[in-house]
Write a protein that binds this ligand. Structure first.
Ligand code: C2E
Ligand code: MG
Ligand code: MG
Ligand code: MG
Length: 296
């Protein structure tokens, strides 16, 4: 079979290590060139207020339109970009795009469409590498000054595992970012090993429950308990929770009942280019929980 060719029967060899190092170098070079050639673009996934099923905001997710490889998913290039330091260029691009499109999203919201909240937010993923850069808070401050966006409409998402690599430095960097007024979300929450006492020292404004717990929510009691615990914790911290990876209406309804404020997932919409992302939100009125449906 064709697949067997790429695997040596005796496991990883020095040759495999060489091939993978070479691939990384090629990829690094291609990312660098790709940034200049404008091959990177942002897609936007809707985030929905679960109680009303109205659009509350978007998460910006990066895509690489590679001339030969097609759409390259972030799992394939973000780690390479992080290891090589190229991530700072990608993050600067993502933030600049957020600053550029947020006013367009806000216009849609101001048209007072019933399925869109009056204020929308935009969430941008940043890496630990970005946070560690001394210039990062200034980058944020400049963006806010240049675009005139309200800082609380912009959120950065940092994964729990990134924070745990250098917790003290991360806490200091986040605190500095918070001074500009922007929101801070902990991404993939529940999969890292942060302690409650550490978490309470962070200036967080949102927790995002990892998709792994949502995927098993309907079938696994442990998942349900973990979600309950996270919701209680967020309630104590007085911050909203976003459940990631909602694919079924039953998951959305259960999370609504459990008191989760916000949801995101293929049920509501996949990450899409700017043009399509607002247009598709219209179909959600039909997804509203029975009690609310009449009001929308
Ligand atoms: P994330 O920030 O946790 O983003 C959520 C991921 O889950 C996205 O994958 C999204 O497409 C996917 N997703 C959302 N809803 C569903 C669902 O209902 N079902 C399933 N199966 N998947 C769903 P994506 O876009 O491939 O991004 C993967 C990860 O790459 C992100 O995880 C984030 O950590 C990273 N990433 C993406 N864009 C950027 C970026 O601009 N900068 C940085 N630093 N990291 C990024
Ligand atoms: Mg409105
Ligand atoms: Mg994220
Ligand atoms: Mg996540």
């Amino acid at each position: 079979p064709a697949e067997a060719k790429s695997h040596s029967p005796s496991g990883p060899t020095a040759n495999d290590a060489f091939t993978s190092a070479l691939n990384t170098l090629v990829l690094e070079r291609e990312i660098r060139d790709g940034v200049r050639a404008g091959q990177f673009e942002m897609h936007y996934q809707p985030i929905v207020r679960l109680s009303s099923r109205r659009l509350a905001g978007f998460e910006a997710l990066m895509r690489w339109r590679h001339p030969h490889r097609g759409m390259v998913p972030p799992v394939e290039f973000i780690p390479v970009a992080e290891a090589s330091g190229l991530i700072s260029e990608l993050t600067a691009f993502a933030l600049a795009e957020a600053g550029r499109v947020l006013p367009e999203f806000m216009l849609a919201a101001m048209r007072n469409l019933s399925w869109i909240e009056n204020q929308l937010f935009m969430s941008v993923n940043v890496s630990g590498h970005d946070l560690a850069a001394a210039s990062f808070p200034q980058l944020i401050a400049d963006l806010i000054a240049r675009t005139g966006i309200e800082p609380d409409r912009l959120k950065i998402e940092v994964t729990e595992s990134m924070l745990m690599r250098d917790p003290e430095r991360a806490a200091a960097a986040l605190a500095e970012c918070r001074l500009t007024g922007l929101g801070v979300a902990i991404d993939d929450f529940g999969t890292g090993y942060s302690s409650l006492s550490y978490l309470s020292t962070l200036p967080i404004t949102t927790l995002k429950i990892d998709r792994a717990f949502v995927r098993t929510l309907l079938t696994d009691r442990t998942s349900r308990r973990i979600v309950q615990t996270i919701l209680r914790l967020a309630d104590d911290l007085e911050i909203p929770v976003v459940a990631e990876g909602i694919e079924q209406v039953e998951e959305a309804d259960l999370l609504t009942e459990m008191g989760c404020a916000l949801g995101q997932g293929y049920l509501f919409g996949k990450p899409m280019p700017l043009d399509s992302s607002i247009a598709t939100t219209r179909s959600w009125a039909a997804l509203a929980p029975t009690k609310q449906r009449a009001r929308i």
